[in-house]
Each structure stands twice: as C-alpha cells, then as structure tokens.
Design a protein. Structure first.
Length: 113
C-alpha cells in the first residue's frame, strides 16, 4: 500500500499551481526574429540629435563652417542605420553557417586554451 502511494507520487508531475513555464527559444532564433523585426520597422535606433552632433563633429575636421539641411542629415542617418542592420544580418548569417558546419566550434576554442 505504501509502495503504491510512493510509486503514484513519483509518477505524477510536479504541480505548477496554474503557472505555465515560459517557452525557451534558441538564442539564434531570437536573434533572427529581432533582426526581421528591426528590418521591417521604420523607427530610428540612433537618436537624431546624437547622430546630428556626430555628423557635425566629423564635418568640422574637413571644413569649419559647414551647414547641413535637415533632410540631408535624415538621409545620412537612414543610410547609416540601413548599413548597420545589413551588416548585423550578414554577420549573423556567417556565424549560423559556421555553426552548421562545426556545431562545437566555440567549445573547441575554449578546450584548446
């Protein structure tokens, strides 16, 4: 009788009190989802004033009294962010290919050190 209760208790799953465990995604999948979301969005990731100050700082090295129209700075910012997002996606694709060819590449590097 006591063995039956012990067996029954060990076979039942632990109660979670109605709270479901969140699903864990592969970090690679999360990164791809983030890249897709950022590439589809139209919001800017670099603040406008920070980017404008950066552009003016670089321009001062070439000529002291340069002025830029707002549309020019906006176009440069859009191009810069597009380039950054493209580079991020390309880098992720390269690492994904490396991971498929040699799944334990990171482990091998740490083991040899």
């Amino acid at each position: 009788m006591q063995e039956a209760r012990h067996l029954e208790n060990s076979m039942s799953a632990p109660s979670t009190d109605g709270v479901e465990k969140p699903q864990c995604f592969n970090p690679e999948t999360v990164a791809l989802q983030d890249i897709r979301r950022y590439q589809m969005s139209t919001e800017l990731f670099i603040w406008k004033m920070s980017f404008q100050r950066f552009v003016h700082e670089i321009a001062q090295e070439y000529k002291a009294d340069l002025c830029f129209q707002a549309t020019t700075v906006a176009a440069m910012q859009d191009a810069a962010e597009g380039h950054i997002m493209g580079r991020g996606a390309t880098t992720l694709r390269v690492y994904r290919k490396l991971g498929k060819e040699n799944a334990c590449l990171g482990q091998d590097r740490t083991a040899k050190s």
